[in-house]
Ligand binder design. Structure first.
Ligand code: UD1
Length: 365
């Protein structure tokens, strides 16, 4: 059984790594990787292949950035040729980035059984490009692998038959479990001179937070408040750096006292930073799950989450009011010891990829 797995952007790499490992170990599966090239920098892409022990992709489409239509249309044209040449038995897509929706449309239209890993998540906010990608992908794929109970509810509401849906756990947590020990030996904390539990870690990259001056100014205010309590380490995404510069705010950011500004980090370095943080402030999807697993408090700078289990069972707090004053109140509570401990959600045990491999072989061979 030949399976082509798709990666496009940074959050895909840690999801594909355990799947590729499980597929390679399975006697009935041949595993190929196609990288669409949405993320192309050494720090947004190559470093993850090295650290996650992934082989060089079998195909690199080199599509790069641009508008979402540009990205998707070019991915679709390039991927169609690969499907024609390789004639895979299964195409596998993960998550909710542009490559996920684009490649699933191509494969399904060409009659190839297509499966979606990390299916069923819904924020209810269709202004998020990822939400549209999730809905499109789930509507057309043959098998849907879900990470948390809300996925069952969402897909049932959308009329998806039960036999297509498989509750298998979380492949991103598979990577975390597999690499946590190795990450613990990294020297990132020494190199930026911070001590365990003595710093606040931050990431921010959602268009609705960082594409407008007001959002960027709010972020600067939040960093100032955080930095008055503890050291702040900000692993800044290229989109955010570009926009800080565009709005003339980068110098102000750089000059905040008690702030260490880092570029995008490797997987192992970021895992070590998360594992040892006192608190994480983010608008990421995946970090909400990783902090829940690590039982590190997380404040998510968003109105809604597609990952409600991280709030219901985990350590995540949603900042529904994205106002720096409310954020400060919540931050002070957490730093004063009012964080919740949280529990690890069902099936987040490091074995999701193996379950997925077994189900694909059973259902689609
Ligand atoms: C994409 C995903 C988002 C995911 C995020 C993680 C979609 C719709 N969005 O958003 O779900 O959370 O990745 O990072 O697929 N850039 C570089 N180098 C790179 C890649 C990008 O400098 O290797 C810069 C470019 O200037 C680009 C900007 O980052 O314009 C944004 O990149 P883009 O891929 O458009 O979207 P993300 O915001 O990264």
């Amino acid at each position: 059984m030949k399976i082509i797995s798709i990666v496009g952007a940074r959050p895909n790499f840690m999801k594909i790594a355990p799947l590729h490992r499980a597929f390679t170990a399975h006697p009935d599966i041949e595993s190929l990787i196609v990288h669409t090239g949405q993320h192309y920098d050494e720090k947004m892409s190559d470093i993850f292949f090295n650290q996650l022990e992934l082989p060089k992709p079998d195909y690199y489409l080199g599509i790069g950035g641009g508008s979402h239509t540009h990205q998707k249309a070019n991915v679709m044209l390039a991927f169609e040729k690969i499907v024609n040449d390789e004639k895979p038995d299964v195409v596998l897509v993960v998550g909710d980035v542009n490559a996920t929706a684009a490649c699933s449309i191509v494969a399904v239209k060409m009659g190839i059984p297509t499966v979606h890993v990390e299916s069923g998540l819904r924020s209810g906010d269709r202004k998020m490009p990822e939400e549209v990608n999730r809905i499109i992908t789930d509507a057309i794929c043959q098998h849907l692998f879900i990470t948390e109970h809300s996925g069952l509810v969402n897909l049932a509401k959308e009329g998806v038959p039960d036999e297509k849906v498989h509750f298998v756990g979380n492949v991103m947590i598979d990577s975390l479990v597999y690499f946590r020990q190795k990450a613990s030996k990294d020297n990132i904390l020494e190199s930026i001179e911070v001590s365990p539990k003595e710093y606040i870690l931050m990431t921010m990259h959602r268009p609705h937070n960082v594409d407008y001056e007001k959002g960027l100014r709010d972020i600067i205010q939040i960093i100032r408040d955080a930095a008055s309590r503890k050291k702040v380490v900000f692993a800044i995404h290229p989109r955010t750096t570009n926009n800080m510069k565009k709005f003339g705010l980068y110098e102000e950011l750089e000059n905040i006292e008690n702030l260490t500004l880092l570029g995008p980090q490797g997987y192992l370095q970021f895992l070590k930073l998360m594992d040892n943080a006192a608190l994480i402030i983010t608008d990421s999807g995946g970090i909400q799950e990783e902090t829940t697993f690590l039982q590190v408090p997380c404040m998510t700078f968003r109105d809604t989450t597609e990952r409600p289990v991280t709030v219901e069972l985990g350590t995540n707090f949603l900042m529904q009011d994205l106002n720096p004053i409310t954020v400060k109140i919540q931050m002070d509570k957490i730093l004063n010891g009012e964080a919740k401990q949280g529990v690890i959600p069902p099936l987040w045990d490091g074995k999701a990829a193996e379950r997925i491999a077994e189900i694909i072989v059973k259902e689609l061979k």
